[in-house]
Design a protein around this ligand. Structure first.
Ligand SMILES: [Zn+2]
Length: 241
């Protein structure tokens, strides 16, 4: 996936309203009712619907839930994630995660009920036995922000940092989170922890969001483990909606 393209070609970043039906034989049918872009409010509503599913399944709520010293997400970071989910690039990432949830629902790895007009997903025994280990989480950490295939750990002081330590360019936090999503199984699975794939991740997943949010694209990536710096040449400066 390349956000440079996705953000400019897709009409709906949310994928459309989630529709769940129980068929007469008891099986579950999950569909997406694609939004018509001229109804902006429908798009916003389905972003919100995705967020409600995402929030209940993927935000860490207990200490040590994701790795030994992981922390439950603070209110501040939760609210940041909400704004991310409602933004164009964030909506696209959240849609990808929720699409997998919907697929797993259809395969009976979740059961679903409706409480106060909200979909409530409950993992079935099959999920707990077969898939719990690979569940995707967003969690908080005392160390720095990083991601692996199945989680994103956001540093507790993430939002208080305003510029990159070496380049002094301003940080767009939404774009950094999009960068981290790029390292997960929902982004480029081949991402390796080297400076070249980091530059590629900035190019594909971070700079398109920066441009969208009226920040200048990042020009360098600094690897604080090795002290190396790599230049990033952003080719297309498209104006996205
Ligand atoms: Zn990275």
């Amino acid at each position: 996936m390349d956000l440079n393209k996705e953000l400019n070609t897709k009409d709906s970043m949310s994928g459309g309203q989630i529709v769940i039906r129980k068929k007469p034989n008891g099986s579950i049918l999950v569909q997406r009712n694609h939004c018509v872009t001229r109804y902006k409010n429908k798009e916003i509503l389905s972003r919100y619907q995705n967020w409600l599913v995402f929030k209940q399944l993927h935000l860490s709520t207990k200490p040590g839930e994701v790795f030994s010293n992981s922390l439950p997400l603070s209110k501040k970071l939760k609210s940041f994630l909400y704004h991310f989910a409602m933004s164009p690039a964030g909506a696209l990432w959240v849609q990808k995660v929720v699409n997998l949830d919907l697929y797993l629902l259809q395969k009976n790895y979740y059961s679903v009920s409706v409480k106060k007009n909200q979909l409530v997903f409950t993992p079935t025994e099959d999920f707990l036995f077969e898939l719990a280990y690979s569940k995707f989480y967003i969690t908080e950490t005392q160390s720095s922000t990083y991601a692996s295939g199945s989680f994103i750990a956001i540093a507790s002081d993430f939002l208080s940092k305003k510029e990159f330590s070496q380049s002094k360019q301003k940080i767009d936090h939404m774009a950094v989170l999009s960068h981290e999503f790029g390292h997960t199984k929902f982004g480029e699975p081949k991402t390796r922890a080297n400076i070249y794939s980091e530059a590629d991740t900035v190019l594909r997943y971070e700079n398109p969001v920066r441009i969208l949010n009226h920040f200048l694209p990042r020009k360098t990536y600094f690897d604080n483990k090795t002290g190396r710096v790599i230049s990033i040449y952003t080719k297309t400066l498209k104006k996205a909606k």
